[in-house]
Design a protein around this ligand. Structure first.
Ligand SMILES: C[S@@+](CC[C@H](N)C(=O)[O-])C[C@H]1O[C@@H](n2cnc3c(N)ncnc32)[C@H](O)[C@@H]1O
Length: 453
């Protein structure tokens, strides 16, 4: 019970921001009672309105910045604080890195009970690093004008947007082309309330060439007025592909279950050290440079002369798998991924690169590892799970099976710390390195090397 002071919702207080929280917010304290204030920066003095209280902590919102922190910078994006994509764009980048370092170190201590000195994240870019965007369509009720934008915070209304500094100029061009096409062709945007309207989301990935997926509220496997769309896109893009994804469900999930190619020819894209075709449904790291640095790091941690069996769980489209297979030519890798399209991409990748020391398996990681760990006696385990971390059964098997080494790639310090706690009965941390995969946001990627005790 922390709350022994009289703070209520609606109160306005002056507070010094003495710390930051794991989601990038500023933290003020009244005695020992913490108040989390989004967009406040450590070192600020702010006037803040209390928006929510509990016995353990409160939330507030900035009314006025009384004295700005030396770590505060003017955010270059006009949509900052509204769009929800970036949450620390107003923090000087070198201090963003310190926040991320501290966040990983604290999670390991608090959640994992592990005392580890964590270095600063490796940082390779600050802006225009994202290779992917996913924007909802909106429609102005009065003018009927259709646009791409972002969901306003805590609301389902779409705010128009012209560009995003996390993506390059390609995103601004795409937003313009798609917006003009939708309006000039008289198409309408999907309305969540009524379930009516055609255009739901534009999802795009820019590697060598653009892949655009239009998510529509229709079962037809084509795009209305496609010729007109290509005329618009031809102004800015070449050799692009367009997919349609049918999503007629009343759901927050962006993509439908499948995608259908409606324009162009699928091409192998530059993925660092090789080229490969990537399905719009497959997971791909959003920051190409940092992705490559992480993959190099993982290869180095296993060592070029490793010649045993490796199991890689949560292997996606096989990018890391291919890197490992090409360098560790005497090793054999079993790569396990649950999305069939991603496994197909991974198979095609190994085939195109003439890699013969990989076996791609489409399966649930936990089920697979429970079945094979004993029989194959793999020596190295690689884990790159989604944000929710590893299935507990994977960790139980890892502890029992006696891998010599585990390399864990994580995009969530909290679940990483939880999983390392489980693994710490049998493994010790040999190496840890955060990466700034998502500059301007509080998110951080971390590579951890574990050795059997
Ligand atoms: C963070 S991504 C890693 C992808 C890959 N290692 C890469 O670098 O491109 C996590 C992957 O785990 C897959 N996945 C999620 N749950 C899974 C499960 N239960 N079993 C196997 N794979 C799963 C997702 O489809 C996704 O491709």
């Amino acid at each position: 019970m922390l709350k022994d002071i009289d703070i209520e919702k609606g109160d306005v207080i002056d507070a010094e921001i003495i710390d930051f929280g794991s989601n990038g917010e500023g933290v003020a304290k009244c005695g020992v009672y913490p108040i989390f204030i989004p967009f406040a920066v450590k070192g600020d003095v702010v006037r803040a309105r209390i928006t929510w209280t509990s016995k353990d902590y409160a939330f507030g919102e900035i009314v006025e910045i009384v004295e700005p922190s030396v770590c505060r910078v003017k955010p270059p994006c006009p949509y900052f604080e509204k769009c929800g994509g970036c949450d620390i764009q107003n923090v000087e980048h070198s201090f963003q890195l310190e926040m991320k370092r501290t966040c990983v170190e604290r999670a390991l201590k608090k959640v994992g009970g592990l005392d580890v000195n964590v270095p600063l994240p490796v940082s390779l870019n600050e802006w225009e690093y994202r290779n992917k965007l996913a924007l909802p369509f909106g429609q102005n009720k009065r003018s009927g004008r259709v646009f791409l934008g972002f969901f306003e915070k805590r609301s389902h209304s779409v705010v128009p947007m012209k560009w995003c500094k996390l993506q390059g100029q390609w995103a601004a061009d795409l937003i313009e082309d798609v917006g003009e096409w939708a309006n000039e062709c008289g198409l309408n945007a999907y309305d969540e309330q009524s379930g009516k309207g055609y255009l739901r989301h534009a999802v795009a990935r820019m590697l060598d060439t653009l892949t655009l997926t239009l998510v529509v509220n229709s079962k037809a496997q084509n795009i209305e007025k496609l010729d007109y769309l290509t005329q618009k896109l031809n102004r800015h893009f070449v050799d692009y592909t367009i997919f349609v994804s049918n999503n007629t469900k009343n759901t927050n999930v962006i993509m439908g279950d499948s995608v259908h190619l409606v324009y162009g020819t699928e091409r192998a894209q530059d993925l660092g050290r090789f080229k490969a075709v990537v399905s719009p449904l497959s997971f791909l790291q959003v920051n190409d440079k940092v992705r490559d640095a992480i993959y190099d790091d993982v290869c180095d941690k296993i060592g070029a002369d490793f010649d045993g069996e490796i199991v890689e769980l949560y292997s996606g489209v096989g990018l890391l798998t291919a890197q490992l297979a090409m360098r560790l030519t005497n090793a054999h890798i079993t790569a396990v991924e649950i999305v069939p399209e991603a496994t197909n991409d991974a198979d095609a990748l190994m085939h195109n690169l003439a890699i013969d020391n990989v076996n791609n398996v489409c399966a649930d990681a936990a089920k697979y590892v429970e079945e094979i760990a004993e029989s194959k006696k793999p020596r190295v385990l690689i884990l790159d799970p989604p944000r929710k971390g590893c299935d507990e059964r994977v960790l139980t098997v890892a502890n029992k099976a006696g891998f010599e080494k585990i390399v864990y790639i994580s995009c969530n310090p909290q679940t990483l710390a939880r999983d390392l706690k489980t693994l710490s009965s049998k493994y010790k941390i040999d190496y840890i390195q955060p990466y700034d995969m998502f500059p301007q946001t509080h998110h951080v990627e971390t590579v951890v090397g574990l050795l059997r005790k």
